[in-house]
Design a protein around this ligand. Structure first.
Ligand code: UDX
Length: 440
């Protein structure tokens, strides 16, 4: 099929490359000329395992090209909207200006019968509003909403082999137009459908809500276990053993129950805020008031790590050398958006600490935002002379650190395991003062 992808960030660039990999002919459109040039040369503008390979092969095959001109999308039968919906400055609501601008720009280029498919995470009600605009300005085209659930670090796999496909179609599953839209999307995703991927065809509002409620649930799971870690700390219990034990209950499940410094990234934090803000607009703020609490628990985890660091240094971080291992919001990503690790580093620096940060992929992005921090690409260099080590992002190279080798580098063998990924017994046996999150 002929597809266009409007917006070539994390979501759009991966979607474009993955759709071309499936055999479709794809044009990716973005307003950022530099990004377009990089992608057109087969280079991924961000770190995502597996993306450079499919990008290069798709560009070389001629099935994938990139452009800054919306007119280049005009040949496509299906147009995916994949622009960002960041948090609005000064409020918790989502900023829809990119969605609106992309939609506006696309309308004059829509051929009769073409399908516009929203993938961006939007406040419920957005699809119905855009469908109304389409009916006025391009009545022969139609709109569907097809939320994306990809995780950074697994984005290629999540796009090619999704857990589920959700189509929000015009009029819902029972409507003739909606059924035709679903059939078109089935063609786009034929490979996944043939592999047995579950597919839910529903109305716009449900599709929009599926995405934000999934993220709200995941955020709640993490904040729940982080709240337990606080109680564990007050009682001498071990939150890791607790998570293992409750995780054996299939109704609960062990995944997303890792206590630590908390969640960050370009999705969970802003999505739960935007969802709560939308509920307030709908007069249902009380229903999602708990999400404000999840956000507060999450932010408190960062403060707990900062407080623990100050405590570990005997009450003041001033002029004390602290090594921060990891700065991205999670491993296998170079993304530092709303990263708890970066936040902790900045807070400790603000307390006068001599902070040195290391990360396998995130240094450039972190330096751009916080040039006041010192960075090194070498873990050994970061550890050298440190009076305290904070493991803030669980990259495999940090999990695999040898406590004996590390203790030969530091000034004081004291570590805060902000992700509960190290073996406390092994680190203590090597002479370290080990502190986890909610572990005795
Ligand atoms: C998330 C959703 O998982 C994905 O489905 C959605 O499409 C976009 O948002 P992503 O932002 O890539 O994906 O990150 P995710 O893997 O969900 O991790 C989010 C944050 O939670 C990270 O900071 C991670 O470190 C943290 N986390 C995750 C925990 O603190 N504990 C856990 O047990 C799991």
């Amino acid at each position: 099929m002929q597809l266009s992808i409007i917006g070539c960030g994390y979501l759009g660039a991966v979607h474009a490359a993955a759709m071309a990999e499936l055999g479709h002919t794809v044009v990716g459109v973005d307003v950022d000329a530099h990004k377009v040039a990089e992608l057109a040369a087969g280079r991924a503008p961000f770190f995502e395992p597996g993306l450079p390979e499919i990008l290069r092969s798709a560009v070389a095959s001629g099935r994938l090209r990139f452009s800054t001109a919306m007119a280049d999308a005009s040949a496509a039968e299906v147009h995916f909207l994949a622009v960002g919906t960041p948090q609005q400055a000064g409020t918790d609501a989502a900023d829809l200006s990119y969605v609106d601008a992309a939609f506006d720009g696309l309308i004059p280029h829509l051929a009769p019968g073409s399908l516009v498919v929203g993938k961006s995470t939007v406040p419920v009600g957005t699809a119905a509003r855009l469908a109304g605009l389409l009916a006025e300005r391009a009545p022969e085209a139609s709109l569907a909403w097809n939320p994306e659930f990809l995780r950074e670090g697994f984005a290629v796999k999540d796009t090619l082999q999704p857990d589920r496909l959700v189509y929000g179609v015009a009029g819902g599953a029972g409507d003739a137009v909606g059924r035709a839209q679903a059939a078109t999307l089935d063609q786009v995703y034929r490979a996944a459908i043939e592999a047995g991927t579950p597919r839910i065809v529903t109305d716009y509002a449900t599709a929009e809500l599926v995405k934000v409620s999934a993220n709200a649930f995941l955020a709640t799971k993490i904040s729940f276990i982080n709240a337990m870690s606080d109680i564990a700390e007050a009682t001498g219990a071990d939150v890791t053993a607790l998570a293992d034990a409750i995780g054996h209950d299939a109704r609960i499940g062990r995944r997303f129950l890792n206590a630590g410094i908390g969640f960050g990234g370009g999705c969970l934090p802003k999505d739960i805020r935007a969802f709560a803000a939308r509920a307030e607009e709908l007069g249902r703020g009380e229903a999602l008031a708990f999400l404000r609490e999840m956000d507060a628990i999450n932010l408190r985890q960062r403060q707990r790590v900062v407080d623990a660091a100050v405590g570990a240094l005997g009450g003041s971080a001033f002029n004390r050398r602290i090594a921060i291992l990891g700065v991205t919001f999670k491993p296998d990503s170079d993304d530092v958006r709303d990263s708890p690790a970066l936040d902790v580093a900045v807070q400790l620096k603000g307390l006068g600490a001599d902070v040195i940060v290391t990360d396998p992929e995130g240094i450039e992005n972190a330096r751009r935002r916080h040039p006041q921090l010192a960075y090194t690409s070498s873990t050994a260099e970061a550890l050298r002379g440190a009076e305290l080590v904070v493991l803030a992002t669980e990259w495999s190279e940090f999990r695999a650190l040898d406590p004996a080798e590390a203790s030969a580098l530091v000034a004081r063998p004291s570590i805060i395991d902000g992700r509960n990924v190290l073996d406390p017994a092994r680190w203590r046996a090597a002479g370290w003062t080990y502190r986890g999150i909610g572990r005795p």
